[in-house]
Write a protein that binds this ligand. Structure first.
Ligand code: SF4
Length: 249
């Protein structure tokens, strides 16, 4: 069994850092970044997981001088399950974050990975909330960090909002919802989703959009007030404050 791991540079993206966002912000964690995504957010900061030559989807960066879409075979490492287990076990940590791309596109392999590592580990998955978990994945995972995409992502509503899946996660005690908010106007769209799917405010995290500290600081001022007004949690992007917008940290 193999897992497609993102490989933006020479090495597959499996690294030890801290969780920078959401409920467990600040917790030392091992990140496993899978390749492939079923969405195509125009501002995606890991577009090497899907923005390949030949795709019909566009990314904001496509128009930058010198920017080229990725060659698929250059940015995917097809790793054996045992190799991923070994890469994880080299670190002195038992928290594993499955991220992407969209990790839940590879559920059978990731369920096998979690089973192989065993119950001494804690497993979280960062997901865009468009795919239902299968029974083996559900049995192994401890926490879903669901990040529904808004209209600012440039995905059609049909693609990004899957009612059955949102309802599943809204009712799951394992799920926490993280909304990336770029403008005050987007708060209405967030509130509408929360109301329609009866998501508990205590499970909602609002996070400012941005990949530098100035941009995050400017947005957090009004976002914190929205959290106070509605009983949501605020989350920053701690890794940006510590490391900047770097890969593999
Ligand atoms: S869902 Fe996540 S990985 Fe996929 S395109 Fe959007 S931001 Fe990128």
């Amino acid at each position: 069994m193999t897992i497609k791991i993102a490989k933006p540079d020479k090495e597959p993206e499996i690294f030890y850092s801290i969780q920078g966002e959401g409920k467990n912000m600040g917790q030392p964690s091992i990140f496993v970044r899978t390749s492939l995504c079923n969405l195509h957010c125009s501002w995606c900061d890991t577009d090497y997981t899907w923005n390949w030559e030949g795709t019909r989807f566009t990314h904001d960066n496509d128009v930058l001088p010198g920017y080229r879409k990725f060659k698929k075979e250059d940015v995917i490492a097809e790793m054996k399950l045992e190799e991923v287990v070994e890469a994880i076990q080299q670190y002195p940590c038992k928290n594993v974050i499955l991220t992407g791309g969209e990790p839940m596109l590879q559920q059978p392999a990731l369920a096998a990975l979690m089973q192989a590592l065993g119950r001494n580990y804690w497993f979280e998955v960062e997901t865009n909330g468009t795919l239902l978990p299968d029974p083996a994945f559900e049995a192994a995972i401890h926490q879903y960090n669901v990040s529904p995409k808004l209209s600012n992502s440039n995905n059609s509503q049909k693609l990004r909002e899957r009612p059955k899946v949102y309802r599943y996660f809204a009712q799951s005690d394992k799920a926490h919802f993280k909304f990336v908010v770029a403008t005050p106007a987007e708060l209405e769209e967030v509130q509408d989703l929360i109301d329609r799917y009866a998501i508990k405010p205590s499970r909602v995290y609002l996070m400012p959009e941005g990949t530098n500290t100035d941009r995050l600081a400017e947005k957090q001022a009004w976002l914190v007030e929205a959290c106070k007004a509605h009983g949501f949690n605020f989350t920053s992007r701690l890794h940006i404050f510590i490391y900047g917008n770097m890969r593999g940290v």
